[in-house]
Ligand binder design. Structure first.
Ligand code: SF4
Length: 120
């Protein structure tokens, strides 16, 4: 089915549901990337690629949930647990702004000692 999809992409035609599902299950990422790049080039020109500079700030690694796949968390009471101070968080935001970053993602564990309602 991939050759037919490539032809549709080249002609600028919209893919149907079955073709979309085929690509979803297709495991050769470079081929999908090449198709996506072809669409980008057609819509936005050869040399126009946009992106944002973002920073993921992990304000705490303490978490009670204990997801099996997670290597990030430390359980409550662990000596390796941390919580960033407001100053540390603002410093990281400032570093981001210094390089003209525009996106901050606040991400952390579910720390039972932190709460939006008692942070004062
Ligand atoms: S930090 Fe997130 S992914 Fe890791 S154990 Fe906690 S809830 Fe799960």
């Amino acid at each position: 089915m991939l050759p037919e999809i490539e032809e549709k992409v080249t002609r600028g035609e919209r893919l149907n549901r079955e073709e979309g599902l085929f690509l979803f299950h297709h495991h050769h990422l470079p081929e999908i990337g090449a198709l996506a790049d072809a669409v980008r080039r057609r819509k936005h020109g050869e040399r126009q690629i946009t992106y944002v500079i973002g920073r993921n700030i992990n304000y705490t690694n303490v978490c009670w949930v204990r997801c099996k796949f997670c290597a990030f968390y430390r359980p409550p009471g662990s000596p390796e647990g941390y919580v960033l101070t407001h100053d540390e968080i603002f410093q990281k935001v400032s570093e981001l702004m210094d390089i003209e970053g525009t996106e901050v993602l606040m991400q952390g564990g579910l720390n039972p000692k932190l709460s939006l309602w008692n942070s004062g």
